[in-house]
Design a protein around this ligand. Structure first.
Ligand code: FES
Length: 248
C-alpha cells in the first residue's frame, strides 16, 4: 500500500545554479527512492533527496521548480517513499559515478560509512557542480570533456583506459551510477570489461524518467531490461546496471 504523507515546506535558498529546498516529513526517502509531490501542477512531481535526516529531507532543484515558490509552512501532499533505492548495506568500498547535473540524488550516498570515491563528469570546468556538499573524506575525481579540469575525455573513455577511474572500478565493492539512461548499456559493457565477472548489483544505476503515478499503473515509465519490460517507478528507479544492457 502506498503511504500518503503531508510534508511541511521549511525553506528554499539559492545554491547556484540550483536551489536547496527542505521539507519536514515523517518518513523521508532513502537514497534513490523518491516522493511524489502534489505541487499544484497537472501531474505529481518526483522528488529525490539530496540530504536526509530523521525529520525530513532536502532536494536540489533548478530555478523555477514549483517547490522553490512555496511559502514557509506550506503543507504539501506527498506519496511515498516510493520505488527501490540503492542497495549499499555492508559495502566497505563505494564508488559513486555521476554526470555533473545528476549529482544531487547521489549526495546521501556520500555520507555512508563506506570508504567512498566520487567520479563527476562534466563538459567543461564551468559545468562542474559546487563541491561544498561533498564530505572531505570522499576521494574525488573529476572528468571534463575538454580537459579544463581533472581527467580529459568521457566517462566511457576513462573507464576503458588505464586510468585512476578504471582502477576505482576494480577497487570498489559497489558502484552507483547516475547518468543519462541512453549511456547505461555502454557503461555496463565498460564495467564488464573492467571487472570480468561482476556480481549482481555490483553496479547500480538510477533512472530518472517521468513518473506520474508512482504505482506501476500508468505505464509511462516503462523501460527495457535484459529480463523484459520493467517500470522505473516500482521495479526501480535504481536497477542493476548490467540489466540495462539489452544488446550485451
Ligand atoms: S509512473 Fe506510472 S507506471 Fe510508473
Amino acid at each position: 500500500m502506498i503511504r500518503e504523507q503531508v510534508a511541511v515546506f521549511r525553506e528554499a535558498r539559492p545554491e547556484p545554479p540550483l536551489w536547496w529546498v527542505r521539507f519536514e516529513v515523517s518518513v523521508p526517502p532513502a537514497a534513490g527512492r523518491f516522493m511524489l509531490a502534489d505541487l499544484a501542477g497537472p501531474v505529481r512531481i518526483p522528488l529525490f533527496a539530496a540530504a536526509i535526516d530523521p525529520t525530513g529531507f532536502a532536494i536540489m532543484a533548478p530555478p523555477g521548480h514549483p517547490a522553490t515558490h512555496l511559502l514557509p509552512g506550506a503543507r504539501v501532499a506527498m506519496l511515498g517513499p516510493l520505488g527501490k533505492g540503492f542497495r549499499i548495506e555492508n559495502q566497505q568500498r563505494l564508488l559513486v559515478i555521476t554526470e555533473a547535473g545528476r549529482l544531487p540524488p547521489l549526495l546521501p550516498l556520500l555520507t555512508s560509512t563506506a570508504t567512498t570515491t566520487l567520479v563527476v563528469e562534466a563538459a567543461t570546468r564551468a559545468r562542474l557542480p559546487s563541491l561544498h556538499r561533498i564530505p572531505p573524506t570522499v576521494e574525488l575525481h573529476t572528468i571534463t570533456h575538454d580537459g579544463s579540469a581533472g581527467h580529459t575525455g568521457t566517462l566511457e573513455q576513462l573507464l576503458d583506459a588505464d586510468s585512476p577511474v578504471r582502477e576505482s572500478l576494480r577497487w570498489a565493492d559497489c558502484a552507483c551510477f547516475s547518468c543519462e539512461p541512453a549511456r547505461y548499456p555502454a557503461l555496463a559493457r565498460s564495467v564488464r570489461r573492467a571487472r570480468m565477472h561482476p556480481s549482481a548489483d555490483f553496479a547500480q544505476a538510477l533512472i530518472e524518467v517521468t513518473m506520474p503515478c508512482g504505482a506501476g499503473a500508468c505505464e509511462v515509465c516503462r523501460i527495457q531490461t535484459r529480463s523484459g519490460e520493467r517500470r522505473a517507478c516500482s521495479d526501480g528507479p535504481v536497477f542493476d546496471l548490467l540489466e540495462l544492457d539489452t544488446d550485451g
